[in-house]
Design a protein around this ligand. Sequence first.
Ligand SMILES: [Cu+2]
Length: 129
Amino acid sequence: MTHYKNNKNFRVAVCLAVFLTMLLPAQSWAHAILVRSQPAKEVELTEAPKQIDVWFDDKVGSEFMALAVIDSTGKRVDNKDVAQETFNPAHLYCTVQPLPPGVYTVRYRVVSIDSHIVTGKFQFTIKAP
Ligand SMILES: [Cu+2]
């Protein structure tokens, strides 16, 4: 009786372990995350940037990439010219229109090499000089 119970627990443990090892590689492998940006997240600038740069921890797919900059009224102020650096596929950038002081939101969407879509956003502020 006790033996049967232990055996059953062991089998449950094995199943769980197999299940976890199936899950983990997909989670920890090549799921791109944003590691750096220019302007940096939450930064306050006194001079308007002309370009927005984002860097991921791994290369991202060249399909479906999107980078948008939105002002506080919801208007899109980037030039819809997102590009990927040829020799560093982890780096995307776009240019922006002349930006008056205000709070801006940068939204991004990329496809990791594990085929997962990664989206996110961050803000920066331009203060009057
Ligand atoms: Cu992933």
